[in-house]
Design a protein around this ligand. Sequence first.
Ligand code: PHE
Length: 356
Amino acid sequence: MENIEALREEVLGEVGKAADLQALEDVRISALGKKGRITGLMKNLGQMDPDQRREFGQTLNAVKDTVAEAIETRKASLEDAALNARLIGERIDVTLPARADETAGRIHPISQTMDEIVSIFGEMGFALAEGPDVEDDFHNFTALNIPPEHPAREMQDTFYLPEQEDGSRLVLRTHTSPVQIRTMQSKTPPIRIIAPGRTYRSDSDMTHTPMFHQVEGLVIDKKTHMGHLKGCLLEFVKTYFELDDVPVRYRPSFFPFTEPSAEMDIGCSRKGGELKIGEGDDWLEILGCGMVHPRVLAACGLDPDEYQGFAFGMGIERIAMLKYGIPDLRTFFDTDLRWLKHYGFVPLDVPNMVRG
Ligand code: PHE
């Protein structure tokens, strides 16, 4: 009996000292395994008389249970410790700054240019407006006073979606001008909006991509006139091109949705094949504009005798190319990372007259 007590203490001591799961397993085998010390004592039972055997057997079983339980407890705590050690060892330090060269993204020149335009007109009190890329005939054409026979409506110029049940077809908007319509339908003047976005035409060559970007401006109230149009656009080109002064001229033009209509040119020089904006005696066309046609106002439910205003629209790629010296339109959409690294902008690091 004394031996059993001593053996129990000895084994429990070893269990407590087992430093890892392997050491604990060794203790288990040496005590409870087939040839283990406690198992060995079981074999003595056969030589004892019945009373002795009962008492000895009970004690031995109790010792076996105690030891087995101690081993289980120790095992659980060693496993916990092992897991914690792994968690600490394999922890990823998410606070480490990224390696600048590998992960720094760039802002695409289109996004950059849109931001600049929106913030320049934002300073003048224009609100940002948006419309859907997939338009209906009314917003893209009819309400803009574009007649049924107009070439912009031709299948070869416009991307049409399959016919709907009522026979009409949705279109990928061919310009941002439908945002004018949506705005005048949903808001009462005074209106001042600037609306950049994607536009689509069935065109693909050196200077045309099927998807491109435009920005639309619209001002409607009771007294806005062509002088305001000229003032706003002059302010815009000066700020955008970062010039104290730019010669501008308005050439009479035609759009179904404006009357009168004009094309705005800015002064430039092309000496030696190099384009310089703001100097010289050459001209560069940059946008279309005019006073909103009375029929367009009426189509939106506004009384043309009460309200008037101006609109303009310009291609974003074109003015981005002019400002940032990007020679080829198609490269905008090639998704070439080397191009983006060269022409793109580092976020939060784009000093200009708008952002300081
Ligand atoms: N929507 C015209 C275009 O795509 C541009 C424009 C907009 C002209 C607004 C006048 C007024 O060419």
